[in-house]
Design a protein around this ligand. Structure first.
Ligand code: NAD
Length: 503
């Protein structure tokens, strides 16, 4: 996962999996044993130890898990370079020239990403957990040897409670020839040192869309293949349409409703990929393949049977709403058991798991209102219900939309492709969900999350003064649209009468 001999990756490894690490001698009994040192595991371990529990954490690979090593952190560092390349490309639109053709030094982009990752890594380091947070850190493979015991190498860790936080891994689709031809996933793409000439991405979810846009902006030819009718399948269709236009503008070759039927390596750096759409086949030759078609939970080899923990290989460890498994002493959190595979979801799930495991808590996963964001440009962020969810539940909605093409700051910035869309319960201002498509949608959505958490309705939001001109003002304006509908013909007549009486 990292480049040995690269100074930043060596620094990262020293933090997240030091080669000279010696596991501590196990204590006689732990209050909590945590398996997995990704977000859910780290938050579980540090949270429990901070409250005075004796905690052991076992990690087989890298502390920080996917997010730090092969997910959010490296991808966002790359996207930043991609966004900058796009700004330079479009500079003349803003009357700025002299930049010439933007030159992307791919090696330097990747080196910056490594540096960013190394810089953030001390927070998740083995040393910090062991020395500062008083967590016993064991590097190695953990396996349950019974209902109250985990084995790591020759060490036996007896526990009162345990949390399984082993995460997931990329799903390998059953495509003829794919495994033999070789391909990249999010676990290996960040090791590239040379820019692909032609990158073919299979899967138009968040990983596929974010990385397609970034690599296109770095100068690779990019083909993005999605079997379904829409990129970001679960997003609002209007949001996906804006993203589709943005990817087209960047020059990504988009193939919707298209299946990859065969992959064949033809030479060291040439792979033939057969695509099929509406019965028509076509073969492209590319040098690099990225597979991003979803993830599967890591449940194998953990001895879950010995612990009495039920699981299935698709949904992962089976948990109730309190994140308790079928063994009442064992809980799970994060991608190994949850539908929402996000770092922030894993973080809050871990908080629920430790409260319920150690402090007789009655917290529920279903009480969390989890927002999310895809960091393309523009970003697509969402919280709460989608229109289709409401329809499925039989909950009638009103939908309030403000296009960024009507928002002064968005127009001034040249960022006017996007919108704020807020769903309220029909006939009331109670906010049930929202989608924002904007340059900083991931930041803007938190305003809606705060309103929902505080029980503030859309009418209340319309009374919150926003600085002019800002993109966030679009949220207040959406509230304004709601308030105007409150002005019934009767109320308008009464107000008109009052004004006339004062003349
Ligand atoms: P995903 O499941 O979100 O999307 C995969 C896409 O691949 C789907 O649209 C599916 O229709 C398509 N697909 C499946 N098989 C295919 C095939 N054979 N040919 C063509 N298309 C195919 O998966 P992902 O993008 O790999 O992301 C994995 C997880 O990581 C998700 O849960 C995602 O939410 C999370 N993630 C989130 C972010 C973010 O929030 N910014 C970023 C990256 C990843």
């Amino acid at each position: 996962m990292t480049l040995a001999g690269n100074r930043w990756d060596d620094a990262l490894t020293d933090n997240v999996h030091p080669s000279d690490w010696r596991n501590p001698s196990p204590q006689a009994l732990y209050d909590l044993v945590v398996i997995g040192g990704g977000t859910a595991g780290l938050i579980s371990a540090s949270g429990a130890a901070g409250l005075g529990a004796r905690v052991a954490l076992v990690e087989r690979q890298h502390m920080g898990g996917d997010c730090l090593n092969v997910g959010c952190v490296p991808s966002k560092a790359l996207l930043r370079s991609g966004h900058l390349a796009a700004e330079l490309r479009d500079a003349e639109r803003f009357g700025v020239s002299g930049t010439g053709e933007a030159q992307v030094d791919f090696g330097a982009v990747m080196e910056r990403m490594r540096k960013v990752r190394a810089r953030i890594s001390p927070v998740d380091s083995v040393k910090r957990y062991q020395e500062e947070l008083s967590v016993d850190v064991f590097l190695g493979d953990a396996r349950f040897a019974g209902e109250r015991e985990v084995v790591v190498g020759d060490d036996r860790l007896r526990f009162k409670k345990a949390i399984i936080a082993t995460g997931g891994r990329p799903f390998q689709p059953p495509i003829d020839g794919l495994a033999d031809a070789g391909y990249l996933t999010n676990e290996t793409i960040f090791d590239l040192t040379e820019r692909p000439r032609h990158l073919l991405v299979i899967g138009g979810g968040p990983i596929g869309c974010e990385l397609s846009q970034a690599f296109r902006r770095f100068g690779s030819r990019v083909t993005l293949v999605e079997q379904g009718p829409q990129f970001l399948a679960r997003e609002d269709p209007d949001a996906a349409a804006v993203l589709q236009r943005a990817l087209e503008y960047d020059g990504v070759d988009l193939r919707l409703g298209t299946a990859v039927t065969k992959v064949q390596r033809q030479a060291d750096d040439i792979v033939g990929v057969t695509l099929e759409r509406d019965g028509e086949a076509e073969t492209l030759t590319v040098d690099t393949l990225l597979v991003a078609v979803g993830r599967v939970p890591n449940v194998e080899g953990l001895g879950l049977e010995a612990a009495g923990v039920e699981f299935d290989t698709r949904r992962g460890v089976l948990v109730d709403d309190g994140l308790r498994t079928t063994n009442k002493r064992i809980f799970a959190a994060g991608d190994v058991c949850m539908e929402h595979r996000f770092t922030h979801a894993a973080d809050y799930a871990a908080r629920i798991a430790i409260q319920n495991a150690l402090f007789f808590g009655r917290k529920k996963l279903s009480q969390l209102n989890i927002p999310w964001c895809t960091y393309t440009s523009p970003e697509i962020a969402h919280v709460g219900l989608y229109e289709r969810d409401a329809q499925a539940q039989g909950t009638p909605l009103d939908t309030w939309t403000r296009e960024l093409a009507e928002v002064d700051r968005a127009i001034a910035e040249g960022d006017d492709e996007g919108f704020v869309k807020i769903h309220t319960r029909k006939g009331s201002d109670k906010i049930l969900g929202a989608t924002i498509v904007a340059r900083n949608a991931g930041d803007l959505i938190s305003e809606i999350s705060v309103a929902m958490a505080a029980g503030m309705g859309l009418g209340g939001l319309s009374n919150v003064i926003h600085p002019y001109p800002t993109q966030a003002d679009a949220i207040r304006q959406t509230g304004g649209a709601y308030m105007r509908t409150r002005l019934t013909p009767f109320a308008a007549r009464v107000l008109g009468l009052l004004l006339r009486l004062q003349r």
